[in-house]
Design a binder for this molecule. Structure first.
Ligand SMILES: C[S@@+](CC[C@H](N)C(=O)[O-])C[C@H]1O[C@@H](n2cnc3c(N)ncnc32)[C@H](O)[C@@H]1O
Length: 240
C-alpha cells in the first residue's frame, strides 16, 4: 500500500499546513466567497445525508469518523448518543476540532485522535463514516481501505467518492491553473460502476452490499455518497 502511504503524507501536509486556514474558515460560520459558499452548502447537504443513513438513536453505538477534519459530523453523531472515535492525520485540524467541541448533552462522547484511519488499534465499530476523506486516494487504495474498515465494522460503512464527470475533469484542469504550492493533492474521480465492480471483486468485502447512493452537486462541490451494508438486507437498495 505504498501509494496509500505516500498520498496520506501529502494529505497531511496539505490539510495540516497549506490549506489549514482555508479549511478552518470553510468549516466555520465565517463569511466565505460565493464559490466557497457553494462548497459549504454541498458539504452541509452531504453531512446531512450520511447522518441520515446512520441510526437516529445511536446510544451505545460505536462510530469511527475516519478523516474527521474539524469534527462537525462527529459532534452530530455524539449528540445522537454515539461513542465516537474521530481520527485525522492532521494534528492542526484535530486541535481545531477539540477547540470547537461543544458541550454534548446525554450519553454521547467523542475521542479525537491524531493518526491513520486504518489503525487497527482503534478497535471495532458499529458504523464507520468517511466523508470526503478517501476522495484523494487511488481506486485500488479506496477499496483496500474499505476492506480494512469493513473488517472491523459490525454495521454499515458510509463514505464518499468523487464521481467521474466531464465537468469534474474540466474543474480539475482549471485547478491546474493555480500555483503548484497552493494546489490540493488531486482528487481521484471514479465511476460508480467501476467502484461497484471493485467492491464486488474484493473478497474482504464479501459480506457487504452496496446500499443507498446519492450524488450531491452544489456549485463547486460534487461528491457521491455510498452506503455499504453488512450482511443485512439493504434498506432499499435505492438510488435517491
Ligand atoms: C476533505 S477533508 C474532510 C474532513 C471531514 N470528513 C469533513 O467532511 O469535514 C479530508 C480529511 O481526511 C483526512 N485524511 C486523509 N487521509 C487520512 C488517513 N489516511 N487517515 C486519517 N485522516 C485522513 C485529511 O487530513 C482531511 O482532514
Amino acid at each position: 500500500m505504498s501509494s496509500y502511504v505516500t498520498r496520506r503524507s501529502q494529505l497531511e501536509t496539505y490539510f495540516d499546513r497549506t490549506a489549514v486556514e482555508a479549511w478552518s474558515r470553510l468549516t466555520s460560520d465565517a463569511p466565505v466567497s460565493k464559490i466557497r459558499a457553494t462548497v459549504r452548502a454541498g458539504r452541509d447537504a452531504m453531512r446531512a445525508t450520511l447522518l441520515d443513513w446512520l441510526p437516529a438513536d445511536m446510544t451505545g453505538l460505536r462510530l469511527l469518523d475516519a478523516g474527521c477534519g474539524t469534527g462537525a459530523l462527529a459532534v452530530e453523531a455524539a449528540r445522537r448518543g454515539a461513542t465516537v472515535t474521530a481520527i485525522d492525520v492532521s494534528p492542526t485540524l484535530i486541535g481545531l476540532a477539540r477547540e470547537r467541541l461543544p458541550e454534548i448533552a446525554g450519553a454521547g462522547s467523542i475521542d479525537f485522535r491524531v493518526g491513520d484511519m486504518l489503525d487497527a488499534g482503534l478497535g471495532r465499530f458499529d458504523h464507520v463514516v468517511a466523508m470526503d476523506s478517501l476522495i484523494h486516494y487511488q481506486p485500488a487504495d479506496i477499496v483496500r481501505a474499505l476492506a480494512e474498515l469493513g473488517a472491523r465494522t459490525d454495521g454499515s460503512v458510509v463514505f464518499t467518492v468523487a464521481p467521474r464527470t466531464a465537468l469534474l475533469t474540466l474543474m480539475h484542469a482549471a485547478g491546474k491553473l493555480f500555483p503548484k504550492a497552493d494546489r490540493a493533492p488531486a482528487i481521484v474521480p471514479i465511476t460508480e460502476g467501476g467502484l461497484r465492480r471493485r467492491i464486488a471483486r474484493a473478497p474482504a468485502l464479501e459480506r457487504f452490499a452496496v446500499g443507498r447512493t446519492r450524488r450531491i452537486n452544489s456549485g463547486f462541490y460534487l461528491s457521491n455518497a455510498i452506503e455499504l451494508t453488512n450482511g443485512r438486507s439493504s434498506p432499499a437498495g435505492e438510488r435517491r
